[in-house]
Design a protein around this ligand. Structure first.
Ligand code: SER
Length: 315
């Protein structure tokens, strides 16, 4: 593999901002162009950054022609809870931007494309415990439907256009450097901020709602490991299950209380409860482990320690 020129779309988001830094470390800051529809915040502003709306076809195409990218990471999306409030907007952004990126990648002979799927691609009749790689998928949210359809588009471009496109079904991603926006798993991020600032947190999910989750460091590592793996090791061209931990709100509260004993949690479930109830409780990621050696580093305890050690300096 020669020198890489990397494009990150949606770099201002929760995953994008940390993944961009992971890509700086791997490929050199000068070889990564981060883009978003909004101006960059914090550390992102110190690297190459351009405002880019992938739905504006001509401008996007011109941008790709000028920059000679070898890889595209396409992360722009509306998440599950926000998507339910504005379904057509979510569908348009999530779906049409993907097709646009896949088309452009074929046209400009981009070597590799990354696109994230999610546990939201599963649904109420999917087996909930250790959800298999290949199983029933009946997503109930527009976000989930766009992820399920997107997986099929990725596989179609691989099979019919020879595009090296790779994908992961992320669980809820937990980081403290950039807050998520509009997801059902966001409570597991907000809880750390509120634990430090208010010593109490009102949760929008019930205490025993188990969901698969992953610390951001592991998510960045999984993404880069997948993209760096030799193409012949990638047997799954729709999207790989990946997993790190599963917990429910009462368990994360107990873990936080080991560090902040006075922390209190209350529960006031809203419309996001039904979304969470439709998703798996845990994930079988053996295909990712076997094919390209996936292994998470963080569990609930080590993640909680790391966040509570580092977040106070940012508040
Ligand atoms: N974290 C996302 C959400 O809650 C799921 O991929 O919408």
């Amino acid at each position: 593999m020669g020198k890489q020129q990397i494009l990150v779309i949606g770099a201002g988001g929760q995953l994008g901002s940390e993944l961009t830094q992971g890509l700086w470390n791997l490929h050199g800051k000068e070889n990564v162009i981060a883009t978003d529809i909004k101006a960059p915040q914090g550390i992102l502003a110190t690297g190459n950054f351009e405002i880019l709306d992938v739905l504006k076809e001509e401008a996007f195409s011109e941008f790709i022609r000028k920059n000679k990218f070898t890889q595209i990471y396409h992360l722009a999306a509306v998440l599950s809870a926000t998507g339910e409030k504005n379904p057509k907007f979510a569908w348009n952004l999530n779906m049409n931007s993907l097709i646009q990126v896949l088309d452009i990648a074929v046209e400009y002979k981009i070597e590799k494309v990354y696109w994230p799927s999610s546990i939201a691609a599963f649904g109420p009749t999917t087996p909930k415990i250790k959800t298999p790689q290949d199983t029933v998928m009946d997503p109930t949210t527009i976000y989930g439907i766009s992820k399920q359809a997107g997986e099929r588009w990725c596989e179609w471009y691989y099979k019919n256009r020879g595009l090296d496109v790779r994908s992961l079904r992320y669980p809820g991603l937990i980081g403290y450097k950039t807050k998520p926006g509009g997801g059902t798993t966001d409570y597991a991020v907000d809880i750390f901020f509120k634990a430090l600032t208010d010593k109490k947190f009102e949760c929008f999910l019930k205490p025993d709602t188990y969901l698969p989750m992953m610390y951001m460091d592991d998510a960045v590592k999984a993404t880069i490991d997948l993209m760096e793996a030799p193409a012949e090791k990638i047997n799954e061209r729709a999207s790989y299950n990946i997993s790190a931990m599963s917990f429910c709100p009462s368990e994360i509260a107990t873990e936080i209380r080991k560090h902040i004993p006075e922390f209190e949690i209350t529960y006031n479930p809203d419309f996001r409860q039904a979304i969470a109830d439709s998703w798996p409780r845990s994930i079988n990621d053996s295909a990712a482990r076997i094919d390209w050696g996936w292994e998470p580093k963080f569990d609930l305890s080590t993640m909680t320690q790391d966040i509570l050690k580092n977040l106070p300096a940012l508040l």
